[in-house]
Design a protein. Structure first.
Length: 299
C-alpha cells in the first residue's frame, strides 16, 4: 500500500543484488525495504528515492495518529509477508529436492570442469568414515571434512568459507539432516554432484556420496581462493577509480562542481543519461566523490 506525502506516492520495494552467495536474496525477497516515490509534474511522471525510512516517519506529530497507525500497520504487514515468503521458499526447496534431480546453485567456477570425475585430482585416500553406498548425515560430512583438511596449509578464512559452501549446498533446507545426492538415473553412479558440471553442461556423477564429497572439498577450497583473489582485485580497481575521480574533480572550480553535481542528481532522478558517458548507476559514485571534494574545501 502506497503512502501519500507532499504529492508523492511512496511505496516500499526490495532489490536483488544479484550475488550468487547472498543469503538475503536467496532466503527472502531481497534487500530493503527501500522507499521509492513517484508523482506527476507538468505532465511527466518522475520518481525519487527516499532511503530506508519514509519521510513521513520523521515528520509525524502527535496530532496525526492516523498516519502513525497506518505506517505501523504497513510495517507489520511487510514483516508478515517476508516471513510467509521465506516459509514458502523453504517448502519449495524441500519439494524440489524430493521430487526432481538435486541441482542447487553451484559456486562460480573459475576453471572448466572435466568430462568425468576420473580426471579430477583426488587427495590421498584416508580411512572411510561411512559406508560407500549411503547418503551422508551432517556428522558424516563434518568427519570427512576434518579428514580431508587435516594438515592443509590454507588460511582459516578460506577453509571457513569453503566449509560453509559445502554444508549450504549439501543441506539447503535448514531442517535437512541427510544429503539428497542419489538422484541420478545411472545405476552405477547415481550420486549427482551439486558443485561442478561437465564441459557439456551435465552434472558429474559418482558411485558413492562419500567419494563425491571427498572430491568436492579440494575443488571448493581452490574455488574460494580464486573468488577471494577476484574480489581483492575488484576492490583495488575500485580504489584506483575513486583516486582517479578525486584527482580529476580536485582540479575543477567549486562552483563548477556544484553545478555538475546538480545536473547529475537531476539526471538520476529523471532516469535520463543523455549527455553522460557513464551509466546512471555510476553517476551516484561521481556525486559522492564530488561531495567529498566540496567538503574538503569547506573544511
Amino acid at each position: 500500500m502506497a503512502i501519500r506525502y507532499d504529492g508523492w506516492s511512496i511505496a516500499a520495494q526490495y532489490r536483488k543484488c544479484g550475488k550468487p552467495a547472498c543469503r538475503v536474496c536467496r532466503e527472502g525477497p531481497g534487500h530493503g525495504p527501500y522507499w521509492y516515490g513517484s508523482k506527476t509534474v507538468d505532465g511527466r511522471r518522475i520518481s525519487k528515492y527516499f532511503g530506508k525510512t519514509p519521510p513521513v516517519a520523521q515528520e509525524i506529530t502527535q496530532d496525526e495518529p492516523s498516519v502513525l497507525e497506518e505506517l505501523s500497520r504497513l510495517r507489520e504487514e511487510n514483516a508478515s509477508l517476508r516471513a510467509q515468503v521465506a516459509q514458502l521458499q523453504a517448502e519449495l526447496a524441500a519439494l524440489r529436492t524430493s521430487v526432481y534431480p538435486y541441482s542447487p546453485r553451484p559456486l562460480e567456477e573459475t576453471e572448466e570442469a572435466s568430462e568425468d570425475e576420473s580426471t579430477i585430482p583426488e587427495q590421498p585416500r584416508r580411512r572411510a568414515s561411512v559406508r560407500s553406498g549411503d547418503e551422508l548425515t551432517r556428522a558424516d560430512v563434518e568427519a570427512i571434512w576434518r579428514e580431508e583438511t587435516e594438515g592443509l596449509d590454507e588460511a582459516p578464512e578460506v577453509l571457513a568459507e569453503a566449509h560453509d559452501a559445502l554444508l549450504r549446498n549439501l543441506f539447503p533446507v535448514p531442517t535437512q539432516d541427510t544429503t539428497r545426492l542419489k538422484t541420478g538415473t545411472n545405476p552405477r553412479k547415481p550420486y549427482v554432484c551439486p558443485f561442478r558440471a561437465t564441459k557439456r553442461g551435465g552434472r558429474l556423477t559418482f558411485g558413492s556420496a562419500d567419494k563425491l564429497v571427498r572430491t568436492a572439498i579440494p575443488w571448493l577450497i581452490q574455488s574460494v581462493k580464486h573468488q577471494r583473489e577476484w574480489r581483492e582485485l575488484s576492490r583495488r580497481r575500485q580504489q584506483d577509480r575513486i583516486a582517479e575521480l578525486l584527482s580529476t574533480y580536485r582540479r575543477m572550480d567549486t562552483l563548477e562542481l556544484v553545478h555538475l553535481v546538480e545536473r547529475m542528481e537531476r539526471s538520476m532522478l529523471m532516469g535520463d543519461r543523455t549527455g553522460w558517458t557513464v551509466r546512471l548507476e555510476e553517476l551516484d559514485e561521481h556525486v559522492e566523490v564530488i561531495r567529498q571534494v566540496i567538503q574538503e574545501r569547506n573544511d
